[in-house]
Design a protein around this ligand. Structure first.
Ligand code: ADP
Ligand code: ASP
Ligand code: MG
Length: 453
């Protein structure tokens, strides 16, 4: 098929960009200002997913009603500003009824599958309302259920997409539509082979946008959020953080993987595979510009950014028998693999393996990493030590292994802190360390001052 829009752009709007009618209207203006934007991916309105997650944890009647009332107020504050609110009001009422029914079930029979079904309603509602806002501005907008295309496995709460199936489905269902209309769909949600709703983990709408960009070979993916780009660190922690105008895929991917919330950890993977530039900007201030992430940047600096990942657990496994390290390591990693432990950072001595476990990301909000089954299996082979309440701070840069003085620069201001673990050497481009969570912000501020200000 010949494409009418060969240079088409996917635009994703985060929660604050669709928080209320004025935000939606402003975001609709961004869509209409660029006629290459043919596919719009939306988050739930700000605060809605958190409310739905709480409901999915099984609340008693009074609390449940309160949360549902808050949800209704958020939706009706938008509906009441529409010129023709009646039809859309009925559709939203239907979804609010579903939410009430599912929230009651969550108290009686909670499950991660039910939780994903319930939580998906945030994106369903915001996308219906946004399509209506666009139509009232005379745009030809079509609502589309992303679950038809974002096909995943059944790891509820943090499902993984099947890339080739997503491509086939997108070509079959989305490609013809974007030639005819501006298609409005949901981020974050998908479906498994049994047709059950799944979610891609907290912040997953960014990932949906890049997955769809990859599937349809978009010319660019635009991520519209509440900050004017990607900064040297979270500007909420360090007011002096500076916007980075250009980033390489690998730099931005490391930032996202190591906790820079501005992008879901997996967002850059589809973009890298198909070399699709990703722009990040503020929907509240388009004139402020933003960050363009692309394959390469000119003169990549030694130090690029600092990221923080909270809720980290340090797991230490001590060998109790006189056995060669290779046997002990093989046994431990076999158990960790069997229990599908998500680990990205490991250090060791001859009789101990230490791992940093990440328990952020899943929609259900629970920590499923250290299950009883895993701990039982490990304890029968070794002595297990667990330390919680840690934060992982990552310095992201380029060729850090060649830079003399990198360790001095990094740890110089952290004298008074107990650094619990250091990871350096496996990657040339990042250096990570674990600290108690309560001192993480102070450490980021000090490190940022030394390296970036
Ligand atoms: P959205 O709802 O639009 O997806 P998020 O809250 O998920 O927005 O992400 C935007 C937030 O990411 C910012 O408000 C900021 O606090 C945080 N953030 C963390 N690290 C960075 C960084 N390096 N650059 C910019 N923002 C960052
Ligand atoms: N609404 C989901 C969340 O709050 C997904 C997203 O916003 O990207 O995590
Ligand atoms: Mg986000």
């Amino acid at each position: 098929m010949t494409r009418i829009y060969p240079q088409f752009v996917v635009a994703k709007f985060g929660g604050t960009s669709v928080a209320d009618f004025d935000s939606m209207n402003r975001s609709a203006g961004i869509v209409l200002a660029d006629d290459q934007v043919r596919l719009v991916v939306l988050s739930a309105s700000a605060g809605v997913t958190n409310l739905l997650v709480e409901l999915s944890e099984g609340l008693e009647s009074r609390d449940r009603m309160d949360k549902i009332d808050t949800l209704r107020t958020i939706q009706y504050n938008i509906i009441s500003r529409l010129k023709a609110p009646l039809v859309i009001g009925k559709e939203i009422d239907q979804l609010l009824e579903n939410i009430a029914r599912l929230a009651e079930m969550a108290l009686a029979t909670p499950s991660t599958a039910l939780s994903d079904e319930l939580v998906s309603h945030g994106e369903l509602m915001s996308s219906l309302l946004f399509a209506e806002v666009l139509r009232e501005r005379k745009a030809q907008a079509e609502w589309f259920d992303a679950r038809k295309v974002i096909r995943t496995n059944n790891f509820y709460g943090c499902a993984e997409p099947n890339i080739s199936l997503v491509k086939d489905q997108a070509e079959a269902h989305l490609q013809p539509r974007i030639e005819q209309a501006i298609v409005i769909t949901q981020g974050f949600i998908g479906s498994d082979d049994a047709g059950h709703t799944t979610t891609l983990g907290r912040g997953g709408s960014d990932y949906t946008a890049s997955l769809l960009g990859e599937a349809l070979q978009a010319a660019r993916v635009d991520i519209w959020t509440d900050v004017a780009g990607i900064y040297t660190t979270d500007p909420r922690i360090v007011a002096q953080a500076r916007r980075i105008d250009h980033l390489s895929f690998s730099e931005a991917s490391d930032m996202a993987a190591f906790g820079a919330k501005v992008l879901h950890p997996a967002t850059l993977l589809p973009a890298m595979r198909k070399n699709i530039p990703v722009f990040v900007g503020s929907s509240k201030n388009t004139a402020a510009g933003g960050t363009l992430v692309r394959r390469e940047t000119e003169d990549p600096p030694l130090y690029r950014a600092i990221a923080v990942r909270r809720k980290q657990t340090l797991l230490r496994l001590h060998s109790q028998h006189a056995q060669p390290a290779y046997t002990f390591f093989a046994e431990m990693f076999a158990i960790l693999a069997e229990h599908q432990v998500d680990m990205d950072l490991v250090t060791s001595s001859e009789s101990c393996i230490a791992l940093a476990l990440n328990s952020t990301g899943s929609t259900s909000g629970e920590d499923h990493t250290l299950t009883t089954a895993l701990l039982t299996a490990l304890s029968s082979h070794c002595r297990v030590e667990i330390e919680t309440g840690l934060a992982l701070i990552t310095l992201i840069g380029n060729q850090l292994h060649r830079g003399a003085g990198v360790c001095r620069d990094t740890f110089m201001d952290l004298d008074e802190h107990a650094v619990r673990m250091i990871f350096h050497g496996a990657s040339n481009d990042n250096l990570c360390f674990l600290l108690p969570s309560d001192v993480a912000d102070g450490a980021v501020i000090a490190l940022h001052r030394r390296l970036f200000e």
